[in-house]
Design a protein around this ligand. Sequence first.
Ligand code: SF4
Ligand code: SF4
Length: 172
Amino acid sequence: MKPSLTDTLCTRCGLCCDGSLFADVELAGTDEASALEVMGLEIEEDEDDSGLLLQPCAALKGKRCGIYPYRPDCCRTFECRLLQEVKRGAIGVEGAKTKIAEALKRIERVKELIVQLGQGNERLPLKERCAEALALSEEADADPEINRKRDELRAAMTSAEHLIQETFLGGE
Ligand code: SF4
Ligand code: SF4
């Protein structure tokens, strides 16, 4: 049997679960939210009480969903732009793998710089971690090395966000 695109691509990506693309995802309602909470996932109330699943998702194990048969509707139905483009033949599977590898590389560099600037909390989404790392570094004395890393982080984050937007989220 031919592997699905999810098997081929998502299992080497995980960016829509690990806080790189989203800070949270909207759940279908309180029943879904309660069931996920029982499984140990972090849920927050939103304005209409349907619940938000916070990211990075605690169910993500490596690059695979640890509760795959029980994942919420939003995860069952979500297809990033890259998957949609592969499905309609606008990009080949190998091209998509290359895009994923490039995104992972850029995000990894952002994370390295975040840690070097003193933000070690991996439980926050990428944008939030980046903003905290930049704020922490601004509090530090005008150390040229920290200033250099801060500039590098800003550039690396811009580059990663551009690729994320263009490749996974749907254009400018
Ligand atoms: S971002 Fe796209 S390719 Fe990556 S895991 Fe999510 S759906 Fe799959
Ligand atoms: S429940 Fe599974 S598919 Fe949904 S965000 Fe978490 S790890 Fe990803």
